[in-house]
Design a protein around this ligand. Structure first.
Ligand code: TMP
Length: 182
């Protein structure tokens, strides 16, 4: 379940990396799996037409996609999310290699704060700590097979997979509005 608030989306894909993989490994020519000296935050400008190009903080503030204070908030939130999720996954034997998230402006009367607007296991790299097995969407992207089993393994370890109840083919069921939290 997710409680959703409408936000003004900031047109950035924010990637946090703990281990070199994917486009970073290719870009700087290191082996996938090389640990990074510290977590790295990268920004990509959200534009399908341009193929989401990587941009710097200078581009972001110069073109007004976010101001310096908003960018500070985005970076510190992204790193807090990384710390939280890294710990959560470490506890079940999974390394959070990297993930992508997005942020938005949430207006409450005259005040605005930056909030997390999108995050998903589909936008994360998750490797088994012991075997380095990929338990994420790279299995699909790289045609490795075993995608559903890998996702189920993550869900099982997190204790959110009900073994007796197959996933609902119709997706989530809308909660009747009289039952919805006020
Ligand atoms: P990358 O190594 O391909 O740049 O991806 C880094 C992480 O961000 C990886 O977990 C996949 C995720 N990601 C998306 O989900 N969508 C995107 O558009 C991008 C650029 C990355």
């Amino acid at each position: 379940e997710q409680l959703i608030r409408e936000v003004e989306i900031i047109p950035l894909e924010v990637v946090v990396r703990n281990v070199a993989a994917g486009s970073l490994a290719t870009r700087i020519g290191v082996d996938e799996g090389t640990p990074l000296p510290r977590s790295i935050v990268e920004f990509y400008y959200k534009s399908d037409k341009l193929g989401d190009p990587m941009v710097s903080e200078e581009h972001i503030t110069a073109f007004g996609w976010a101001n310096p204070q908003e960018l500070d908030d985005i970076m510190s939130l992204a790193l807090r999310i990384n710390d939280f999720l890294s710990g959560l996954f470490l506890g079940v034997g999974i390394r959070l290699v990297d993930f992508k998230c997005e942020f938005g402006r949430l207006w409450e009367n005259e005040t605005m704060r930056i909030v997390l607007a999108e995050i998903s296991p589909d936008c994360s790299r998750l490797w088994d700590i012991e075997t380095q097995n990929k338990l994420d969407k790279d299995r699909f992207r790289r045609d490795m097979g075993g995608l559903v089993e890998a996702y189920q393994e993550v869900a099982r370890r997190l204790g959110i997979m009900n073994e007796n109840e197959p996933p609902r083919p119709t997706g989530p069921v809308l909660v009747a509005s009289s039952d919805a939290p006020k």
